[in-house]
Design a binder for this molecule. Structure first.
Ligand code: BGC
Ligand code: CA
Length: 327
């Protein structure tokens, strides 16, 4: 028995390095908690210790590159990377490849060509365009069922403003594009009054929205925000301008973070799209752990093109929250 144990090659403890593009990002914060929970669950289930080293790159790709080197030299079995600049993933991939350390990118998608540089580079995420489609559908639904409240000026056109995430982020680009194309595909005309890159941030979004309210006032019928924090920023500006939930435009976000769900229940936020933090944490852990322990991705994971794990977005409204609570 003892002899057998010695010959076993399986590790009884692993170390996983996690780099966050910015630790103060609301959605990334929920994801971080999810990862910590999953690591604990895995330990309890298997008896294999998981040490997570989670570092904040504070918006600097240079910092992140040195953090990668440090984590590799500390002997991490796998790295999970939320890159600052997704177009420079190749630097990280090369470092990890040289060290033979598997690397799992998440939330900020590297270009495929970079990912293909090495067989143990993966991406876990959600197909960005789908969130836009679901946002568009939330608005279409309101257009069909409550046109009077939505089309304030009664011209049969949706006047909207767009709060965009960081320029160049796949989620900013594709969510922006697909929410509008969804309206167009349904034959509903929309008119863009204004748009700004508010970089995922609540404060920046409220500054933009404050200006737009001064400029366009009641003419803003819909606010598309690429994420919930920016939607909440728009709501902050509306509240400051003295609007209540009935006089605010129809505001939609993406993420379903706890504060956004609160706003949904209050009725200031009209809809959001769940950016599956729990599912992401689960798949990332499963992938990083199996790569660390077996040197291969777990059979339980559904891999697309050998390197991608895709999760699904889901629309969330006050009604769907209630239904869930009841069932
Ligand atoms: C989320 C944003 C977040 C961003 C960070 C997006 O998927 O919707 O809330 O700020 O990722 O990269
Ligand atoms: Ca209108």
């Amino acid at each position: 028995r003892e002899h057998e144990g010695q010959r076993q090659t399986k590790k009884n403890s692993i170390r996983i390095g996690v780099l966050l593009y910015r630790g103060d990002d609301t959605f990334i914060g929920t994801l971080r908690t999810g990862l910590e929970d999953k690591a604990k669950e895995y330990e309890q289930k298997t008896g294999i210790k998981v040490k997570l080293d989670i570092l904040d790159s504070k918006g600097s790709q240079n910092t992140q590159n040195s953090q990668v080197e440090r984590l590799i030299s500390l002997g991490c079995d796998a790295l999970c990377i939320n890159s600052v600049d997704r177009s420079s993933a190749s630097i990280i991939i090369d470092k990890a490849m040289d060290a033979g350390t598997p690397v799992v990118f998440f939330n900020r998608e590297p270009v495929e060509e970079d990912l293909r540089r090495w067989k143990h580079a993966y991406y876990v995420g959600l197909p960005a365009g789908d969130a836009g489609v679901l946002q568009g559908e939330l608005v279409l639904d309101a257009w069909r069922t409550q046109r009077d409240t939505l089309d304030r000026n009664g011209d049969g056109v949706i006047q909207y403003v767009m709060l965009e995430g960081e320029p160049g982020h796949q989620d900013a680009l594709l969510r922006t594009e697909f929410c509008i194309s969804t309206l167009a595909n349904a034959g509903v005309s929309a008119e863009k009054l204004a748009s700004d890159a508010a970089n995922w941030q609540r404060g920046q979004a409220s500054v933009s929205m404050r200006q737009w309210l001064q400029e366009f006032g009641e003419n803003i019928e819909v606010v598309f925000a690429n994420n919930d924090d920016m939607a909440l920023g728009a709501i902050d500006a509306c509240a400051e301008a003295g609007l209540d939930k009935r006089s605010m435009p129809f505001i939609v976000g993406v993420d379903a973070t706890p504060p956004a769900l609160e706003a949904l229940r209050e009725g200031t936020l009209k809809g959001t799209v769940r950016n599956d933090a729990v599912g992401l944490a689960e798949s990332m852990m499963e992938l990083a752990v199996s790569l660390s322990v077996d040197g291969e991705p777990s059979q339980d994971l559904e891999l697309t093109d050998e390197r991608y794990v895709w999760l699904r977005y889901e629309a969330v409204t006050a009604e769907s929250l209630e239904d869930q609570a009841v069932s």
